[in-house]
Design a protein around this ligand. Sequence first.
Ligand code: R5P
Length: 290
Amino acid sequence: MIIGGSASQALASQVAMELDDKLCSVETKKFPDGERYLRIKDEIPEDEKVIVVQSTGYPQDENMMELFFILDTLNDMNVTDITVVSPYLGYSRQERRFKEVECISAKATAKLIQTMGVKRLISINLHEQSICDLYDIPVDNLSAMPTIAEHIKNTFDVKPVILAPDKGAINFAKEIAMILDTDYDYLEKVRLSPEIVETKTKNISVKDKNVVIIDDIISTGGTIVNAINILKEQGAVAVDVFCVHPVLVNDAVLKINAAGAHSVQGTNTLKSDVSFVSVAKTIADHLKSL
Ligand code: R5P
């Protein structure tokens, strides 16, 4: 039985279709003061394996709270075999302390999820692999890169060079490039003098090349706009932009388009206007393999 929280209803129904499983209906609404109401509308036998699909992106607190409401209701129904699929796991950006006595929000949310009788957590391209260590239950950190690579293969006429906007994203670029059998690189900051810093591709030239930029998250779009500007200066023909999690704060897509992107695309770990690549099969295949 698959349950889709309101942040991931469409994705949950795609996963249910892939698995040929039943999608359970959930009624949610908001009271006038902003509090949430939740009701699981289908009967669920106690021995049923239940998969709850709910991303916990913006509004993070509401979506997280709704996840807890679903889990607590399942506990009340005596369902014990619960897997949570949170394709975008909110509060994952603070998984350690940068300053003294900061809240490690990824740890706090891990504690709460675990007290709700969850047996396993599945997510996609967690911001840091080390988030898995904050949990005592198994956490599977799946990659959307094979799906994104497949999408590029099926929709691009010319094989592009894959570029990470910084060193931290190089493994994403590498994963896609290996599948497509193409070149990959990342943008590196080089200090030419105490005053002058130049950002350029580390190893290969993008002159006259079609380039795909890949990152895990696009938030404000600043990282990508900077990368596009540099790639254009270096003579790239077309720059297409892909991300796993289209967080897209305010006018991020507009800014990226204005910088000259040929396209901006993301996966449906989060709902957005650019969530063109579905991770449903990635999730369903993994669930089948368990
Ligand atoms: C950073 O660690 C991430 O991989 C992204 O590069 C970052 O979140 C992008 O943020 P923004 O879109 O605000 O530049």
